[in-house]
Each structure stands twice: as C-alpha cells, then as structure tokens.
Ligand binder design. Sequence first.
Ligand code: GTP
Ligand code: MG
Length: 552
Amino acid sequence: MAESRQSGFFEAPPVYAPPKAPSSSSESRWSKKKKEAKEPEVYPTVIEGLKRIYASKIKPLEKEYDFDKFHSPLLRDSDFDAKPMVLLIGQYSTGKTTFIRYLLEREYPGAHIGPEPTTDRFVAVMHGNTDLVTPGNALTVQADKPFGALSKFGNDFLNKFQSSQSPAPILEDVTFIDTPGVLSGEKQRIGRSYDFVKVIEWFAERADMILLLFDAHKLDISDEFKRSIEGLKGQGDKIKIVLNKADMISGQQLMRVYGALMWSLGKVLQTPEVTRVYLGSFWDQPYQNEDYRKLFEAEQGDLLKDLYDLPKYAAIRKINELVKRSRLAKVHAYLISHLKNEMPAVFGKQKKQDDLIDKLKDEFFKVHQKYQLPVGDFPDINKFREVLKVSDFTKFNKLNQKMIDHMDQVLGEDIPKLIKQFPQEQIRKNPFEDSSNPFDASITGSEGPITSEDRAKFQELFFKLNPVNGKASGKVCGEFLSQSKLPRDQLSKIWGLSDRDNDGFLDEEEFAIAMYFVNLALAGATLPLRLPPELQKKKQQQEATENVKPFG
Ligand SMILES: Nc1nc2c(ncn2[C@@H]2O[C@H](COP(=O)(O)OP(=O)(O)OP(=O)(O)O)[C@@H](O)[C@H]2O)c(=O)[nH]1
Ligand SMILES: [Mg+2]
C-alpha cells in the first residue's frame, strides 16, 4: 500500500492548472504590469498560493525595512513546504524517544532509549527512503530543509542538532522533534553551552503541536523545565500534556499525581483554559497495571486522532501565521519609516537617534495614532529597542506607500481568496479518505477495508453464533474468536476496537470488524489503537441503507 502513497498531503497533483506565464521574449511591459498587480484567481494549492503571495508582496517589504534583523529571517520555500512539526518536551526519561519509536513502529537512526538521560541533542525525525543521519551544520545549509535560521544559535548548538531520516510511513506527513530531556538539580546547574530555552522557543513557534511529557511515577518540574514551559507562552493552543507511564502506579496514586500536575501546570502555563491532559502509557509494551486499560486506550486513541488531524490543519495554521507575520511587517514598515522621518537632515543625528530610542514608547504611540494600527500588532518594545541600538537610522528607508498597499491587498483580498479555495483542497486531500492516512495505510483498500466477499463470509459465521435481537453475546463471540489462537492481549484489543458501543455484545457489523482485525493480526499486521474512520463510516452507511429498505 505504501507504494501508492507517493504524494504527501500538500503535494498531490494540482487540480487546477497554474496560470501559464508568457514567455519572457513575448512579454510586453503592459502584461508584466498586469501580472504584477493581479494575483491568479485560483492557486494550484494553498501552500503554493502562500509562497507566491509572500514572494511577490510581503518579502519585498520585509527586505526594504530589515524585518529579518528585528524579527525573524526571510522565509524560504522550504519553510512553506515543511511538514507539520510535532515538538516533544519533557524532563529526562519521561519517554519522549520511546513515544516517537511507538508512532514510527521502528527506531529512528541514532535513537537512544534508557532510564538515564539519553538523548543529548535535538533530533528532527524526518522522512527519507533510507536511514540517514545529517549533522546540524550541514542541515542549516540545505535549502530544502526549514532549519536555515537555526544557525543563529551558533556552533555549540549545531553540534547538538541533527536530522534522522527514516522510511516510517507516518513521517511522510509529520516531522517529530525529539529533544534532550530537561535536567534537574545538579545536572541542570552544569548547564549547556547553548541557550536551551531559546532553542525550544524557536521550535515551538514553528511547531504545529507541542507535546509536554510527564512521568506519572516521577512527577517533577525542574527550574529549567519551568523556564522552557514559560517560553511557550503564546503557543498555548498547540500544547498538549501527556501524563506518560500511568500504568506503573495504582489508581489512587494516579488521581493524586493528576491533581498535582494540574495544580503545578496551572501556575506555570497561566492560561484561563484547562489544558488537555492525555493519560496513558505510550509504548508498545503490555500495561503493568490493567485497572485503567479502557481509559488508557481511549486516551491513546484521542491523542492519535489529534495527530491524524495535523496535516489537515497545518495549511490553516500556515495561513494564520502568514497573516500574523504580514500584520507585524506592516507595522514594522510604519515604525522604521517613521524613525527615518524623525531624523535631522544634517546635524545632531546621533543625539536624535538616542533620544528616539529613549522615548520609543512615545514614538510607538505616535505611529499607532497616525495610522490607526491595532496595538496588538506592535512588536515587543524591549526587543525592538535592542536592535535599534545597533542600527543607523539614517540608513532606514522612507515609507513606500505602494508596498503598504500591497500588504493591505494581501490581508484584504489575497488571503481571503486563498481561504475560499480551502474547502475544495480539503475534500480533495482528506487524509482519511485516501490512502495517504499515515497510520492505517494497510487497511485502506479501493474496495474499503472489508471486501464484500469477506463480509458475506463473516455474515454467515455470525448467524451460526445464534444472535438474539441481532446481537451475539460476549461469551459466545469470545469463544469463537479464541479459536484464532491469537494471544489474549491482541484479542482484547480487537474486542475494544469492534465493540464500539461497549455493550458487551457484537452486532453483525461489529462482528465483521472483529473478524477483519483477527485476520489482519494473523497476517502479522499491527493493530491500530482506534477504529479507523473508514470502518466507522461503513457502519453509519450500512445503517442508513438499512433504514431506507421499507419493503425489505
Ligand atoms: N511504563 C512505561 N515506561 C516507559 C514508557 N516510555 C518509556 N519508558 C521507559 O522510560 C525510560 C526512558 O525512556 P526514553 O524514551 O529514553 O525517555 P526520554 O524522555 O527520551 O529520555 P531522555 O532522552 O533522556 O530525555 C526507558 O527506560 C523506557 O523503557 C511508557 O510509555 N511506559
Ligand atoms: Mg530521548
């Protein structure tokens, strides 16, 4: 099945042909001008649209006003093409590397797992046809990777950064960032030779999901971890908490740990909303304490569902981020050109520049008033001041109204147009409805997961179980399914998947699902943690067809 999945979520062939560019020799000044002024009605893909809007209207303004010196480097195509990124953060040994292993269903090259601090570097776990490790320095110069900007953290950091490529199917749609465990006590004081918190902030800003892992049987929030979490302010909506290894403690202890975790997090995260916590043991080993099996499985299922959804929402997040960036870039252009304007033509330049820096708050206010700009779009005044101190205001550029107009077009026309295009692309590339689902590729076939031939066989078997009111009891089904000689834990997993209404009985459809998974497990495939949507839908569809059989 993997062969049929050459294209990732964003790379499917365009439905709309991109507007043809006239050849340069035949291009008149007029058509050039027209092309400049007008963006195409429909972009080949949303990501392609974002790239073009950025290159034609936002980047020129960013260059004009040194946006990169003040805020963040100019974007490259690879920044737009980057797959959704999941950042894992936690104290050492909370199970970050194991969690990635569990999702990849294999080890990534260079992975170390162990009870002592093991991962000593940042690892971008990405897709590749063969296992390959690329060191940090080489990564930052690869134009097709979104890590160029990391060079600002220096060599000490780059020596502790690498990418590990691996052919795991999930990596075709998501990139994971494994991080060194946050240290506590003495080890923390020894320190690192690079700014760990700043690096975490960098990844967090670009991540689509941030997983904060805690160890239920060793709950501990060190100062460095606290600072890292504080560095995540503003990214609250991406954060998900994982209380891992919950199977290692009793129910009573778990309640206490859960309460303690919520209490400490409330203080650190300071968000009005309650952050979602996933309880469980996120690895492929049997649970040590079986009391909460159902709860853990449900939680695991929820977290996986959120991961499934990432590619779907990643494009929306990219649009969102570009909007944020454009608004900041516009305010930035006004601020820089205003400072330039305030400078004297001949004498007293340095003095005036120092004055302006001293009274920067007043200058911000003037710009806010004059152009009616939202306060929320203004940058952090202290960071802005730091860069101004090493700048020469006379070199700043004057206000370029055309560039500002372009930004208004981006925000008022181009982006809304792109969003309108969005639903079509979503339908076309819904990762659940085609074979690019990274998690359950093996069970999605062109006929649907259960073939009609199998379905007929399963139906016959089901009726041999003498169902009452359309349902066969757990005992009867259990005995029948045990004949497969599958291990008990697998059978229990299969039961959990197929008895969808948890009533301890199987109806005809649920029985078909169970049989389907029994065959899959017998063939050596890994069982999914939650019921794939195709099977859920099948059930609804079947119910619908049954309901419209008035004479049946
Ligand atoms: N019970 C249980 N133990 C786990 C789980 N995940 C990991 N472990 C154990 O916890 C230890 C640490 O696992 P790692 O995956 O190395 O943890 P890490 O967070 O990557 O650690 P560092 O890289 O040092 O920060 C190992 O001995 C694992 O066997 C889990 O889900 N449940
Ligand atoms: Mg690790």
